[in-house]
Design a protein around this ligand. Structure first.
Ligand code: ATP
Length: 268
């Protein structure tokens, strides 16, 4: 049994892990890809849905403190990210899987995840156990000492998830984590997301509405840099009707909120 510290018992000094108010974020020099977002997220798994170019990646990059807000305010774990001095402390408590994540092909799985634990300032004595736990959670314990260049694309994606969770983050940001995973691995990842969501604020961007149905407690629908909808998967499903495009209630809800009836049928 692990010891309980005073910090564990202390009340959380913030109401929401993520709190954006009128948030604006640029992608590139001029384009406002997030344009006046009000959003509060707490513990649980939030699925971030939206069409191509909606601004999902830009939002996740801002939440990961990679992009600086161009306007409005963003608080993570009760701290303002506009204050650069806070970034280092915040990054220790954030896990982030970018859409395209860079890695060193010659590293083994264990070396790479250890390296990321070091960057996240995980205490040295805790690193071996933290790495082992992260690698086991993504089902790669038996490949831990193989070089990344020998792994399949889906396995590399799982290494990406392992590095994102190695520091036991309070906020976990995953940009399209299910891309490249086979169906069995996708199911396993959804289970893992549910487990993590019991005590972590998890934000997952996805194009797969089934991911949302299977793993998410909350859905945020985003389009043209703005919030279109926030609610439960059940609320999203209830927004659609038989006249809307889609193969499932969630897809029909998605179409209804983004396009209205008929629009989008058979078009890109
Ligand atoms: N470096 C950049 N310079 C200029 N515009 C950009 C840049 N990166 C993204 N954009 C634009 O910003 C908008 C939002 O892009 P973003 O990648 O955040 O969307 P997304 O919702 O993640 O899309 P997808 O689902 O296709 O991954 C798009 O219109 C995109 O073309």
């Amino acid at each position: 049994m692990s010891a309980i510290s005073a910090a564990d018992l202390a009340p959380t000094p913030y109401a929401w892990q993520i709190r954006a108010t009128g948030l604006k974020v640029r992608a590139g020099r001029t384009r406002l890809a997030v344009d006046g977002l009000d959003l509060s997220l707490g513990t649980g798994v939030t699925g971030l849905l939206g069409p191509n170019g909606a601004g999902k990646t830009t939002l996740i990059r801002a939440l990961a403190t990679v992009l600086r807000p161009a306007g409005g305010s963003l608080e993570l774990l009760g701290r303002s990210v506009t204050d650069r001095g806070e970034h280092r402390a915040l990054r220790r408590r954030i896990g982030y899987l970018p859409q395209e994540f860079g890695y060193y092909k010659r590293f083994t799985v264990r070396e790479f995840v250890e390296y990321m634990a070091w960057l996240k300032e995980v205490p040295k004595a805790d690193v071996p156990a933290a790495v082992q736990r992260a690698v086991e959670r993504v089902g790669l314990a038996d490949r831990a000492d193989e070089r990344l260049k020998t792994l399949s694309g889906g396995m590399v994606r799982r290494v990406g998830i392992a590095q994102a969770i190695v520091n036991d983050p309070a906020i976990l940001l995953l940009d399209e984590p299910t891309v490249g995973l086979d169906p069995a691995q996708r199911l396993r990842l959804r289970q893992l997301l549910q487990e993590l969501g019991t005590d972590t604020c998890v934000v997952v961007s996805t194009h797969l509405v089934e991911d949302v149905a299977a793993a998410c407690t909350d859905v945020v629908l985003f389009d043209e840099g703005r919030l279109v909808f926030q609610g439960t998967p059940g609320d999203l499903a209830a927004a659609g009707g038989p006249e809307h495009v889609g193969d499932s209630p969630l897809e029909r809800g998605y179409s209804a909120l983004l396009q209205g009836p008929e629009q989008g049928r058979g078009t890109w």
